[in-house]
Design a protein around this ligand. Sequence first.
Ligand code: CUA
Length: 334
Amino acid sequence: MKRRVLLLAPVLLAACAAPHQSALEPAGPQAEIIARLWWAFLAITGVVWLVTLGFFLYALIRGRRRTAPADDPRSAQLQLRGVVIATIATVVVLLGLALTDFFAVRQLGALAVRAPEALTIRVTGHQWWWEITYEDSTASRSLTTANELHIPVGRPVLLRVTSHDVIHSLWIPNLHGKRDLIPGYTSSTWIRADSVGVYRGQCAEFCGHQHAKMALLVIAEPEAEFAAWYSAQLEPARVPADSLARRGQEIFLAAPCVMCHAIRGTPAGGRLGPELTHLASRRTLAAGTLPNRRGQLAGWILDPQHVKPGNRMPSHNLEPAQLQALLHYLESLR
Ligand code: CUA
């Protein structure tokens, strides 16, 4: 027994540490309305299913015992009455479901009102990662990052979503329903997290080979922590502190990395891939595909096509010493 518990421990611990991803565990008002709607539909359709099953069983049992001839006019009248009652009941149930849905959508609409303290974040879908830009009227206060959305608890957030290539769909089940990201068109949706937590979002519209590996993390944190994170992210990248990191930066700047990636504070200004200024502060690599650890980062740089076939990042032939220097530099980008 003890051994079994010990064997299960890593599974249980992993379950605790994993980010939340469930529409039935709402962490904000939008998700709560949707969860209530889901439970209402489950209750209504559950009753319909039980009643239907009851009549089906009754008909089965009664059919066996039946002795009256089938063309009895009384029986035909009874059948007709049954059909009329069933039709009325169906219309009433469908109308009930439609009204429940209508009021839920209205409630969601009422939450989409511009509040002065609201935060505006632009989310752009790419095959297969998320570009995240915090919009601010002061240009030096706007911020671009990738695959990790930090939001302050209790503050409404306006997400302005669009796509760079094909249609994607942003879905953070604990916070809201799905919202399509359409190329050339910007639509908006509101979220608000009422409890501190890490919520996993996932692309919910098939968008090509690596659709399944297009995830993002939403980190809802207290206002002070969010403000600290924000000002740290606004800073340019750290200047390499030692000779190995300097060597790593040289390798990065000389390699094709700069064609696609930007590191603020260095000449690297590529915009095709995720911005890397504070890469080491993020929890995952490649849009939620790998945990952000040294070994995984090494594997990703050397052979990204093995990890996420079809993605836009090419493989890199680096000498072991070059790789170690590059890893050391990238890990210093906190
Ligand atoms: Cu992006 Cu599916």
